[in-house]
Design a protein around this ligand. Structure first.
Ligand code: PLP
Length: 376
Protein backbone atom coordinates (compact mmCIF):
# COMPACT_ATOMS: atom_id res chain seq x y z
CA UNK A 1 0.00 0.00 0.00
CA UNK A 2 1.21 3.54 -0.69
CA UNK A 3 0.04 6.23 1.72
CA UNK A 4 0.73 9.90 1.13
CA UNK A 5 0.62 11.84 4.39
CA UNK A 6 2.80 14.78 3.38
CA UNK A 7 0.16 17.21 2.17
CA UNK A 8 1.69 20.23 3.91
CA UNK A 9 4.73 19.75 1.65
CA UNK A 10 2.63 19.43 -1.46
CA UNK A 11 -0.67 17.93 -2.58
CA UNK A 12 -1.83 15.61 -5.31
CA UNK A 13 -3.21 17.60 -8.26
CA UNK A 14 -7.00 17.19 -8.37
CA UNK A 15 -8.06 15.06 -11.39
CA UNK A 16 -10.49 17.82 -12.44
CA UNK A 17 -7.55 20.26 -12.53
CA UNK A 18 -5.47 17.88 -14.65
CA UNK A 19 -8.35 17.43 -17.12
CA UNK A 20 -8.95 21.17 -17.35
CA UNK A 21 -5.26 21.99 -17.82
CA UNK A 22 -4.70 19.26 -20.42
CA UNK A 23 -7.61 20.53 -22.51
CA UNK A 24 -6.27 24.07 -22.39
CA UNK A 25 -2.74 22.90 -23.23
CA UNK A 26 -4.06 21.33 -26.41
CA UNK A 27 -6.23 24.23 -27.49
CA UNK A 28 -4.84 27.43 -25.99
CA UNK A 29 -1.12 27.84 -26.39
CA UNK A 30 -0.92 31.40 -27.75
CA UNK A 31 0.90 34.09 -25.81
CA UNK A 32 -1.61 36.19 -23.84
CA UNK A 33 0.30 39.31 -24.90
CA UNK A 34 -0.35 38.57 -28.61
CA UNK A 35 -3.15 40.60 -30.08
CA UNK A 36 -4.44 37.92 -32.47
CA UNK A 37 -7.40 35.63 -31.78
CA UNK A 38 -5.36 32.93 -29.93
CA UNK A 39 -3.60 35.53 -27.80
CA UNK A 40 -6.88 37.13 -26.85
CA UNK A 41 -8.23 33.71 -25.80
CA UNK A 42 -5.19 33.09 -23.59
CA UNK A 43 -5.57 36.58 -22.10
CA UNK A 44 -9.18 35.77 -21.21
CA UNK A 45 -8.06 32.55 -19.46
CA UNK A 46 -5.55 34.47 -17.32
CA UNK A 47 -7.97 37.29 -16.50
CA UNK A 48 -10.78 34.87 -15.66
CA UNK A 49 -8.42 33.07 -13.29
CA UNK A 50 -7.59 36.39 -11.64
CA UNK A 51 -11.32 37.08 -11.21
CA UNK A 52 -11.86 33.64 -9.65
CA UNK A 53 -9.03 34.15 -7.13
CA UNK A 54 -10.14 37.68 -6.22
CA UNK A 55 -13.79 36.73 -5.84
CA UNK A 56 -13.03 33.96 -3.31
CA UNK A 57 -10.91 36.40 -1.30
CA UNK A 58 -13.45 39.23 -1.57
CA UNK A 59 -11.14 41.68 -3.31
CA UNK A 60 -10.68 43.11 -6.81
CA UNK A 61 -8.88 41.31 -9.65
CA UNK A 62 -6.53 44.31 -9.88
CA UNK A 63 -5.08 43.43 -6.46
CA UNK A 64 -3.99 39.92 -7.51
CA UNK A 65 -0.63 39.26 -9.23
CA UNK A 66 0.42 35.79 -10.36
CA UNK A 67 3.89 34.54 -9.43
CA UNK A 68 5.93 31.35 -9.70
CA UNK A 69 4.77 30.22 -6.24
CA UNK A 70 4.76 31.04 -2.56
CA UNK A 71 8.49 31.70 -2.24
CA UNK A 72 8.49 34.31 -5.00
CA UNK A 73 5.33 35.95 -3.63
CA UNK A 74 6.84 36.16 -0.11
CA UNK A 75 10.10 37.55 -1.51
CA UNK A 76 8.17 40.13 -3.54
CA UNK A 77 6.18 41.30 -0.51
CA UNK A 78 9.29 41.60 1.62
CA UNK A 79 11.77 43.14 -0.79
CA UNK A 80 9.34 45.53 -2.50
CA UNK A 81 7.33 46.23 0.65
CA UNK A 82 10.46 47.25 2.53
CA UNK A 83 12.74 48.79 -0.07
CA UNK A 84 10.11 50.71 -2.05
CA UNK A 85 8.57 52.20 1.09
CA UNK A 86 11.78 53.26 2.85
CA UNK A 87 11.15 50.92 5.76
CA UNK A 88 14.04 50.55 8.19
CA UNK A 89 12.53 48.14 10.74
CA UNK A 90 10.93 44.71 10.35
CA UNK A 91 9.34 42.18 12.67
CA UNK A 92 8.79 38.48 12.07
CA UNK A 93 8.79 35.29 14.12
CA UNK A 94 11.45 32.62 14.39
CA UNK A 95 8.96 30.03 13.07
CA UNK A 96 8.24 31.88 9.81
CA UNK A 97 8.98 29.95 6.62
CA UNK A 98 12.48 30.37 5.26
CA UNK A 99 10.98 32.13 2.22
CA UNK A 100 10.30 34.92 4.73
CA UNK A 101 13.18 34.66 7.20
CA UNK A 102 15.99 34.52 4.62
CA UNK A 103 15.08 37.64 2.59
CA UNK A 104 14.53 39.55 5.85
CA UNK A 105 17.90 38.42 7.22
CA UNK A 106 19.53 39.33 3.94
CA UNK A 107 18.16 42.89 4.18
CA UNK A 108 19.31 43.06 7.81
CA UNK A 109 22.80 41.79 6.91
CA UNK A 110 23.05 44.48 4.21
CA UNK A 111 22.16 47.07 6.88
CA UNK A 112 18.91 48.01 5.15
CA UNK A 113 16.76 47.16 8.19
CA UNK A 114 16.90 46.21 11.83
CA UNK A 115 15.04 42.96 12.41
CA UNK A 116 13.15 41.89 15.53
CA UNK A 117 11.82 38.43 16.27
CA UNK A 118 8.59 38.46 18.20
CA UNK A 119 8.17 36.44 21.42
CA UNK A 120 6.24 33.16 21.09
CA UNK A 121 4.49 31.02 23.67
CA UNK A 122 5.12 27.26 23.97
CA UNK A 123 2.67 26.61 21.14
CA UNK A 124 4.36 29.02 18.76
CA UNK A 125 1.62 31.63 19.14
CA UNK A 126 2.85 35.21 18.94
CA UNK A 127 2.77 37.54 21.92
CA UNK A 128 0.51 40.45 20.90
CA UNK A 129 1.69 42.61 23.81
CA UNK A 130 5.27 42.23 22.63
CA UNK A 131 4.19 43.09 19.08
CA UNK A 132 2.55 46.28 20.32
CA UNK A 133 5.65 47.24 22.36
CA UNK A 134 7.85 46.75 19.31
CA UNK A 135 5.51 48.72 17.05
CA UNK A 136 5.11 51.55 19.57
CA UNK A 137 8.81 52.15 19.89
CA UNK A 138 9.86 51.88 16.25
CA UNK A 139 9.82 53.85 13.04
CA UNK A 140 7.35 52.70 10.36
CA UNK A 141 7.61 48.91 10.46
CA UNK A 142 7.16 45.95 8.12
CA UNK A 143 5.50 43.02 9.93
CA UNK A 144 5.56 39.52 8.44
CA UNK A 145 3.60 36.91 10.39
CA UNK A 146 2.32 33.69 8.84
CA UNK A 147 -1.33 32.71 9.12
CA UNK A 148 -0.56 29.09 10.04
CA UNK A 149 2.69 27.28 10.52
CA UNK A 150 3.63 24.61 7.98
CA UNK A 151 5.28 22.25 10.49
CA UNK A 152 3.26 22.42 13.70
CA UNK A 153 0.04 23.99 12.37
CA UNK A 154 -0.25 26.87 14.89
CA UNK A 155 -2.74 29.47 13.68
CA UNK A 156 -1.97 33.12 14.46
CA UNK A 157 -4.54 35.80 15.38
CA UNK A 158 -4.21 37.64 12.08
CA UNK A 159 -7.17 39.98 12.63
CA UNK A 160 -5.64 41.30 15.85
CA UNK A 161 -2.20 41.57 14.23
CA UNK A 162 -3.74 43.47 11.33
CA UNK A 163 -5.50 45.87 13.71
CA UNK A 164 -2.26 46.57 15.60
CA UNK A 165 -0.42 47.15 12.33
CA UNK A 166 -3.08 49.59 11.24
CA UNK A 167 -2.97 51.41 14.60
CA UNK A 168 0.80 51.95 14.26
CA UNK A 169 0.80 52.52 10.48
CA UNK A 170 2.87 49.37 9.91
CA UNK A 171 2.83 47.33 6.68
CA UNK A 172 1.48 43.82 7.31
CA UNK A 173 2.47 40.83 5.18
CA UNK A 174 0.74 37.57 6.04
CA UNK A 175 2.10 34.34 4.53
CA UNK A 176 -1.16 32.48 3.90
CA UNK A 177 0.43 29.67 1.87
CA UNK A 178 -0.74 26.91 4.26
CA UNK A 179 -4.26 28.24 4.82
CA UNK A 180 -5.10 29.47 1.33
CA UNK A 181 -8.18 27.65 -0.01
CA UNK A 182 -8.42 25.62 3.22
CA UNK A 183 -9.85 28.43 5.38
CA UNK A 184 -12.07 31.36 4.34
CA UNK A 185 -10.12 34.61 3.99
CA UNK A 186 -12.13 37.82 3.63
CA UNK A 187 -9.83 40.64 2.64
CA UNK A 188 -12.48 43.24 3.45
CA UNK A 189 -12.30 42.15 7.10
CA UNK A 190 -8.54 41.90 7.70
CA UNK A 191 -6.16 44.88 7.73
CA UNK A 192 -3.46 43.29 5.64
CA UNK A 193 -1.27 44.69 2.86
CA UNK A 194 0.12 41.52 1.33
CA UNK A 195 -1.02 37.90 1.39
CA UNK A 196 0.54 35.05 -0.56
CA UNK A 197 -0.68 31.73 -1.96
CA UNK A 198 0.72 28.69 -3.76
CA UNK A 199 -1.39 26.36 -5.92
CA UNK A 200 0.43 23.12 -5.07
CA UNK A 201 -0.75 23.38 -1.46
CA UNK A 202 -4.40 23.10 -2.52
CA UNK A 203 -4.39 20.41 -5.23
CA UNK A 204 -3.19 22.70 -8.01
CA UNK A 205 0.00 22.55 -10.08
CA UNK A 206 3.49 23.36 -8.77
CA UNK A 207 5.39 26.50 -9.75
CA UNK A 208 2.47 28.91 -9.66
CA UNK A 209 1.12 31.16 -6.94
CA UNK A 210 0.01 34.70 -6.35
CA UNK A 211 0.33 37.76 -4.21
CA UNK A 212 -2.45 40.10 -3.10
CA UNK A 213 -1.31 43.71 -2.78
CA UNK A 214 -3.64 46.17 -1.06
CA UNK A 215 -4.51 49.54 -2.60
CA UNK A 216 -2.66 51.27 0.28
CA UNK A 217 0.72 50.04 -0.92
CA UNK A 218 2.83 51.28 -3.82
CA UNK A 219 5.69 49.14 -4.98
CA UNK A 220 7.97 49.00 -8.00
CA UNK A 221 8.16 45.99 -10.37
CA UNK A 222 9.64 42.89 -8.75
CA UNK A 223 10.84 41.48 -12.08
CA UNK A 224 11.48 43.91 -14.93
CA UNK A 225 10.99 43.27 -18.63
CA UNK A 226 7.66 43.00 -20.41
CA UNK A 227 4.50 44.62 -19.15
CA UNK A 228 2.88 41.42 -17.82
CA UNK A 229 1.00 41.49 -14.52
CA UNK A 230 0.44 45.21 -14.98
CA UNK A 231 4.18 45.88 -15.13
CA UNK A 232 4.79 44.36 -11.70
CA UNK A 233 6.13 40.95 -12.63
CA UNK A 234 7.53 40.61 -16.14
CA UNK A 235 7.62 37.33 -18.03
CA UNK A 236 5.14 35.45 -20.23
CA UNK A 237 2.36 34.22 -17.99
CA UNK A 238 2.23 30.50 -17.17
CA UNK A 239 -1.27 30.40 -18.64
CA UNK A 240 -2.10 26.72 -18.04
CA UNK A 241 -0.74 26.70 -14.51
CA UNK A 242 -2.60 29.92 -13.68
CA UNK A 243 -5.80 28.34 -15.03
CA UNK A 244 -5.07 25.22 -12.94
CA UNK A 245 -4.55 27.35 -9.83
CA UNK A 246 -7.93 29.00 -10.29
CA UNK A 247 -9.67 25.67 -10.96
CA UNK A 248 -8.07 24.11 -7.85
CA UNK A 249 -9.06 27.13 -5.78
CA UNK A 250 -12.63 26.90 -7.00
CA UNK A 251 -12.82 23.19 -6.09
CA UNK A 252 -11.31 23.82 -2.67
CA UNK A 253 -13.60 26.73 -1.86
CA UNK A 254 -16.72 24.92 -3.02
CA UNK A 255 -15.83 21.83 -0.94
CA UNK A 256 -14.23 23.68 1.96
CA UNK A 257 -16.61 22.71 4.75
CA UNK A 258 -16.97 19.11 3.59
CA UNK A 259 -13.19 18.67 3.19
CA UNK A 260 -12.47 20.29 6.55
CA UNK A 261 -14.93 17.98 8.35
CA UNK A 262 -13.62 14.89 6.56
CA UNK A 263 -9.93 15.68 7.13
CA UNK A 264 -10.52 16.70 10.76
CA UNK A 265 -12.20 13.33 11.33
CA UNK A 266 -9.16 11.49 9.89
CA UNK A 267 -6.83 13.54 12.07
CA UNK A 268 -8.95 12.87 15.19
CA UNK A 269 -8.93 9.17 14.41
CA UNK A 270 -5.15 9.14 13.98
CA UNK A 271 -4.66 11.01 17.29
CA UNK A 272 -6.86 8.44 19.11
CA UNK A 273 -5.12 5.49 17.51
CA UNK A 274 -1.65 6.85 18.30
CA UNK A 275 -2.61 7.49 21.93
CA UNK A 276 -4.07 4.00 22.18
CA UNK A 277 -1.17 2.14 20.60
CA UNK A 278 2.09 4.01 21.21
CA UNK A 279 3.43 4.45 24.74
CA UNK A 280 4.77 7.90 25.53
CA UNK A 281 3.35 9.57 22.42
CA UNK A 282 3.13 13.37 22.54
CA UNK A 283 1.88 16.00 20.13
CA UNK A 284 3.85 19.13 19.33
CA UNK A 285 2.63 22.63 20.12
CA UNK A 286 -1.17 22.89 20.03
CA UNK A 287 -1.69 20.69 17.00
CA UNK A 288 -4.48 18.66 18.62
CA UNK A 289 -6.41 21.82 19.48
CA UNK A 290 -8.61 22.08 16.39
CA UNK A 291 -9.58 25.71 17.06
CA UNK A 292 -6.04 27.00 17.15
CA UNK A 293 -4.21 24.73 14.78
CA UNK A 294 -4.44 23.66 11.13
CA UNK A 295 -6.86 20.75 10.73
CA UNK A 296 -4.62 19.09 8.14
CA UNK A 297 -1.38 18.89 10.18
CA UNK A 298 -0.52 16.49 12.99
CA UNK A 299 2.95 17.04 14.42
CA UNK A 300 3.85 14.02 16.51
CA UNK A 301 6.65 13.60 19.00
CA UNK A 302 7.74 9.98 19.40
CA UNK A 303 9.81 8.82 22.37
CA UNK A 304 13.42 8.49 21.31
CA UNK A 305 14.10 4.77 21.35
CA UNK A 306 16.26 2.87 18.89
CA UNK A 307 13.15 2.18 16.76
CA UNK A 308 12.32 5.86 16.32
CA UNK A 309 15.80 6.82 15.11
CA UNK A 310 15.04 5.62 11.61
CA UNK A 311 11.29 6.16 11.81
CA UNK A 312 10.83 8.21 8.63
CA UNK A 313 13.03 5.83 6.70
CA UNK A 314 11.15 2.78 8.01
CA UNK A 315 7.77 4.31 7.24
CA UNK A 316 9.01 5.08 3.75
CA UNK A 317 10.04 1.44 3.28
CA UNK A 318 6.44 0.50 4.12
CA UNK A 319 5.16 2.95 1.49
CA UNK A 320 4.17 5.73 3.91
CA UNK A 321 5.31 9.23 2.97
CA UNK A 322 5.49 11.82 5.72
CA UNK A 323 7.94 14.40 6.86
CA UNK A 324 10.38 15.08 9.69
CA UNK A 325 10.23 18.83 9.50
CA UNK A 326 9.65 21.18 6.60
CA UNK A 327 10.01 19.33 3.30
CA UNK A 328 10.47 22.69 1.61
CA UNK A 329 14.14 22.67 2.57
CA UNK A 330 14.79 19.58 0.49
CA UNK A 331 18.00 17.76 1.28
CA UNK A 332 18.58 19.87 4.35
CA UNK A 333 19.21 17.40 7.17
CA UNK A 334 20.03 20.05 9.76
CA UNK A 335 16.66 19.55 11.48
CA UNK A 336 13.70 21.82 11.84
CA UNK A 337 14.10 25.45 12.96
CA UNK A 338 10.43 25.35 14.01
CA UNK A 339 10.65 22.25 16.21
CA UNK A 340 13.86 23.69 17.69
CA UNK A 341 11.79 26.68 18.86
CA UNK A 342 8.70 24.98 20.26
CA UNK A 343 9.78 21.46 21.14
CA UNK A 344 13.13 21.74 22.79
CA UNK A 345 13.35 18.09 23.88
CA UNK A 346 16.11 16.62 21.75
CA UNK A 347 15.27 13.21 23.17
CA UNK A 348 12.26 12.84 20.94
CA UNK A 349 11.65 12.27 17.24
CA UNK A 350 9.34 14.67 15.44
CA UNK A 351 7.17 13.49 12.54
CA UNK A 352 4.68 15.61 10.62
CA UNK A 353 1.69 13.76 9.21
CA UNK A 354 -0.42 15.98 6.95
CA UNK A 355 -3.71 14.98 5.37
CA UNK A 356 -5.85 15.76 2.35
CA UNK A 357 -9.32 14.99 0.98
CA UNK A 358 -7.78 12.01 -0.85
CA UNK A 359 -6.66 10.14 2.29
CA UNK A 360 -8.82 7.34 3.71
CA UNK A 361 -9.41 5.71 7.09
CA UNK A 362 -7.87 2.50 5.69
CA UNK A 363 -4.67 4.39 5.04
CA UNK A 364 -4.60 5.64 8.63
CA UNK A 365 -5.19 2.05 9.89
CA UNK A 366 -2.32 0.80 7.73
CA UNK A 367 -0.04 3.60 8.98
CA UNK A 368 -0.89 2.84 12.62
CA UNK A 369 -0.26 -0.89 12.03
CA UNK A 370 3.19 -0.12 10.62
CA UNK A 371 4.06 2.31 13.43
CA UNK A 372 3.00 -0.37 15.95
CA UNK A 373 5.23 -2.92 14.19
CA UNK A 374 8.19 -0.53 14.19
CA UNK A 375 7.76 0.16 17.93
CA UNK A 376 6.94 -3.39 18.99
N1 PLP B 1 5.31 29.67 2.97
C1 PLP B 1 4.87 28.57 3.62
C2 PLP B 1 4.19 28.72 4.93
C3 PLP B 1 5.06 27.31 3.05
O1 PLP B 1 4.62 26.22 3.71
C4 PLP B 1 5.72 27.21 1.81
C5 PLP B 1 6.00 25.87 1.23
O2 PLP B 1 6.04 24.91 1.94
C6 PLP B 1 6.14 28.37 1.16
C7 PLP B 1 5.92 29.60 1.77
C8 PLP B 1 6.81 28.32 -0.16
O3 PLP B 1 5.90 28.04 -1.20
P1 PLP B 1 6.38 27.44 -2.61
O4 PLP B 1 6.70 26.00 -2.36
O5 PLP B 1 5.21 27.62 -3.51
O6 PLP B 1 7.55 28.24 -3.06
Amino acid sequence: MRVYLDNAATTQIAPEVIDYMSELMKSDYANPSSIHHGGRKSRIIVENARKTVSSFLNTSPGNIFFTSGGTEADNMAIRCGILDNNISHAITSSISHKAVIYPLEELRDKNKITLNFIKLDNNGKIDLTHLEELLKNSPRTFVSIMHANNEIGTIQPINEIGDLCQKYNAIFHCDTVQTMAHYPIDLQRINVDFITGSAHKFHGPKGVGFIYISDNININPFISGGSQERNMRAGTENVHAIAGLAKAMELSFLNMVKDKDYISELKRYMIDQLKLNINGIEFNANCIDFDNSLFKILSVSFPKVSESEMLLFNLDIHGISCSGGSACSAGNMSGSHVLDEVCKDANRTGVRFSFSRYNTKDEIDYTIEKIKEIFS
